[in-house]
Design a protein around this ligand. Structure first.
Ligand code: KG4
Ligand code: ZN
Length: 383
């Protein structure tokens, strides 16, 4: 059973932006802070969600606020960076204030301010970075820069209080598909990554092609439940026997070809079957690579992260494969898989403990590589 984070307070602002305050058992059972507690105010604005959260000791979410612009971008079929940046500017203070007040705190109770500084849309990132720097400057509280993908991985620490590295983590989002060996807190070895499209990007493009609209992932997920995953044999790309890398552009082209051919022949397509067959091809590759990597690295723990990690079929398949091998499977609730600031607070906490502090020269880095502190790339073979 998936963990339950149903308690979401939601309102739609006049401009169509959806404001959410996400509560769970932890936020409900708020306790007084102890002196030794580290309370982090976290800010995330790398794409189309403006988010702020207060996280205690890296694992307890005291507040989790998300202002989602998805409805504004839907009419354009994808995120429009300029609109995203402007909305971030409008919403960020509202989110930060709400995060503090829901946590029952003021800035005085905060020990550090953590912010996503990359990767992402540069204009969008800059809003969060500027806000965090301003707050840090005004209060004298330390500033911690967080890598967005490291944040996604750390969502697992929030969901699973007992989880400790090392573990294997599949990170699949709109911009990234990585297999990451999490050696220790803040230490990441990338053992595989996409050579072209990210998994989420493939979901979004296929959804658009079959007329499901934006955002594609959840819509394909839903349509696939009504379809036959074995109806169409789409290819599973192997980059090479020796690699854990992914490639999804061939699969995407195969789906587009299938649709074009059907159109030329005047045949009606079954959207649900296309969605289910495409999704199965993605899930097969993601699952196979993850399990092989976990076995090679002798991991007894396998985690998932990123927007695509909320995919129902992927969660079910990985759960079953882990069970077969006696591995424990960690999957954060869907609301912690998609973009949020609580995960940035978790990642920021471990950076804070390591003494990593950002200065007032912290800038947005749209292409920030994962594991930037230790730029390493370990393939399956040592090539
Ligand atoms: O992590 P995320 O919220 O933002 C990025 O950092 O990119 O991921 C967004 C991506 C989108 O491509 C979206 O279509 C995909 O995650 N996604 C899904 C599902 N929910 C979101 N993909 C497949 N199935 C889902 N249920
Ligand atoms: Zn993300």
């Amino acid at each position: 059973m998936d963990n339950n984070h149903e308690n979401i307070k939601r309102r739609t602002d006049e401009d169509g932006v959806i404001f959410m305050s996400i509560k769970n058992e932890q936020t409900e059972a708020l306790q007084e802070s102890k002196d030794e507690d580290i309370n982090i105010l976290a800010i995330e604005s790398s794409c189309d969600e403006t988010a702020a959260a207060v996280v205690r000791n890296g694992r307890e979410v005291l507040s989790n606020i998300i202002s989602s612009q998805i409805a504004l971008h839907t009419v354009y079929g994808g995120v429009v960076p300029e609109i995203a940046s402007r909305k971030h500017v409008e919403k960020i203070n509202v989110c930060v204030r709400a995060a503090l007040s829901e946590a029952g705190m003021t800035l005085d109770d905060i020990d550090a301010i953590a912010v996503t500084y990359g990767p992402g849309l540069v204009g969008a990132l800059l809003v969060g970075v500027s806000e965090a720097k301003a707050l840090s400057f005004a209060t004298g509280k330390p500033l911690v820069g967080v890598h967005h993908i490291e944040g996604h991985i750390c969502a697992n620490y929030i969901e699973y209080k007992e989880l400790e590295p090392p573990f294997m983590c599949l990170v699949a989002s709109g911009g990234h598909s990585h297999l990451v060996y999490v050696k220790d807190y803040g230490e990441y070895d990338i053992i595989g990554q996409t050579r072209d499209d990210a998994a989420g990007e493939a979901f979004d493009k296929v959804a658009r092609a079959i007329g499901l609209g934006y955002p594609g992932g959840p819509k394909v997920d839903k349509a696939a439940r009504e379809g036959n995953p074995d109806a169409i044999a789409f290819p599973r790309a192997k980059t090479s026997e020796k690699s854990y890398d992914f490639s999804f552009s061939g699969l995407k082209s195969a789906v587009l070809n299938y649709l074009n051919q059907a159109e030329m022949k005047g045949e009606e397509i079954n959207k649900n079957d296309v969605a289910a067959s495409f999704q199965k091809a993605v899930v097969d590759v993601l699952t196979e690579h993850t399990m092989e990597a976990a076995e090679e690295y002798k991991c007894k723990k396998v985690a998932i992260a990123g927007g695509v990690a909320s995919n129902t079929a992927l969660r079910e398949r990985l759960e079953a494969e882990c069970e077969k091998r006696g591995m424990t499977f960690y999957r954060p609730a869907p609301v912690l898989c998609t973009d949020n600031a609580a995960m940035i607070g978790a990642a920021g906490y471990y950076e804070y403990l390591k003494g990593n502090r950002a200065g007032m020269d912290l800038n947005a880095v749209p292409n920030l590589p994962l594991g930037d502190r230790e730029r390493r790339y370990h393939g399956r073979s040592s090539n």
